[in-house]
Design a protein around this ligand. Structure first.
Ligand code: CP3
Length: 351
């Protein structure tokens, strides 16, 4: 592949289609956020939800990592709970805690609060942010794509049932095992909301979507396939009808990554708990793969980071279809110059 023939801006989309590129594309989950001083200074004046409600400001935050880190894609700045706040649930995002649901959902009566989403009304600021970011990306940034995203039904369900992040998922699993019919109703509603939200993001101008199933690793492989996969699958099937690619993120699932892959996604995002080449073989080489540096490696010295990044790149064995990323989000203590060095090194050594 001659350099320059493929525009740098198309690296991510080409990689999702398993086409050759001039350099391995790289972006970071949570690339916009507390690791960046430019983000922190905005957060001194606005809460996270205020940023999300203000399209001009939200577009600015979404674009920050492209300029500062030179990543190959932007990801919409929002939270996984944004569409649920949009349909009227009382949810706050608390510093150092994450989402807190005022009245957790645990009964069939509670489910009535989970009404179908009307994207143009319920998530208007997100759709407007997408339009603003896209026009910037098309103008400058050589057409780098915008990634839209949503939480997967299971991860959203666990927040709604527990009321906040949980270690053991006691309430979630109690509901799931004790009342499978209620579980199904809840997951049906969430799958519908997520599918409609993602479709609206793609219509507004996002070119890829990532579905975050952060807590999928809490279940046994058999229960994942029974209680989670069918609903994720429905979301991926809905996205597939738009013709746009989707990335399937989960964490703690390396022992059943093939089952995660079966649930859908043009690319499967993997964490550091298994080597990239082994996961790719299990997922199948007909799909793209994303990952898989442990985000905390970035807290070590560059010499260590460089060795680990290089090893991951080698494990892709020169195959088209590898998107370099972390196995989970950027830790707030990460130094931005460390992130920038990773981007430069991935681009340089992949050529
Ligand atoms: O740059 C990006 O990746 C886009 C923005 C983004 C945010 N949240 C903004 C945010 C994305 C993609 C998310 C997804 C998200 N939110 C997930 C899935 C990804 C993952 O990490 O597993 C989850 C589980 C959440 C829920 C959530 N929201 C948590 C766990 C936290 C952190 C709590 C804390 O303070 O430690 C949040 C808050 C949040 N969402 C922050 C950001 C930048 C940090 C706090 C802030 O700026 O107020």
């Amino acid at each position: 592949m001659t350099e320059g023939v493929v525009a740098a801006g198309s690296r991510l989309l080409r990689t999702l289609r398993l086409q050759p590129v001039d350099a391995t594309p790289v972006w970071f989950m949570r690339q916009a956020g507390r690791a960046l001083p430019e983000y922190r200074s905005i957060r001194e004046r606005y809460s996270l939800l205020e940023i999300c409600a203000e399209p001009e400001l939200c577009a600015q935050v979404t674009l920050q990592p492209l300029r500062i880190l030179d990543v190959d894609a932007a990801i919409l700045f929002a939270d996984i709970m944004t569409p649920l706040i949009g349909i009227g649930l009382d949810i706050d995002i608390v510093d150092g805690v994450g989402p807190v649901v005022a009245k957790p959902l645990r009964t069939s009566v509670d489910l009535e609060r989970l009404k179908p989403i009307e994207p143009q009304a319920d998530v208007a600021p997100q759709l407007e942010t997408i339009r603003l970011v896209r026009s910037e990306l098309d103008g400058s940034y050589d057409g780098r794509p915008l990634i839209g995203f949503a939480g997967a039904p299971f991860t959203l369900a666990s927040y709604l049932i527990e009321g906040r992040a949980s270690r053991d998922f006691v309430e979630t699993k109690t509901l799931m095992y004790r009342d499978p019919a209620l579980w199904k109703q809840l997951m049906d509603r969430l799958a519908q909301i997520v599918a409609a939200y993602l479709t609206a993001q793609l219509e507004a101008g996002a070119q890829v979507v990532q579905i975050f199933d952060s807590w999928a690793g809490a279940l046994s492989p058999a229960d994942y396939s029974r209680f989670v996969a069918p609903y994720s699958r429905r979301v991926f099937d809905a996205v597939a009808t738009t013709g746009s690619p989707a990335i399937h993120f989960s964490s703690g699932t390396s022992s059943y990554i093939a089952q995660v892959a079966v649930a859908g996604g043009d690319a499967v995002s993997v964490d550091w708990r298994a080597p990239l080449d082994r996961s790719w073989k299990e997922i199948g080489h007909d799909r793209a793969i994303q990952g898989n540096l442990d985000p905390l490696v970035l807290l070590g010295p560059w010499s260590e980071v460089k060795v680990q990044v290089t090893k991951i790149l080698r494990r892709s064995e020169g195959r088209p279809g590898h998107i370099f990323n972390l196995g989970h989000g950027v830790h707030p203590r990460t130094r931005p110059d460390q992130l920038r060095r990773v981007v430069d090194w991935v681009h340089e050594s992949g050529r």
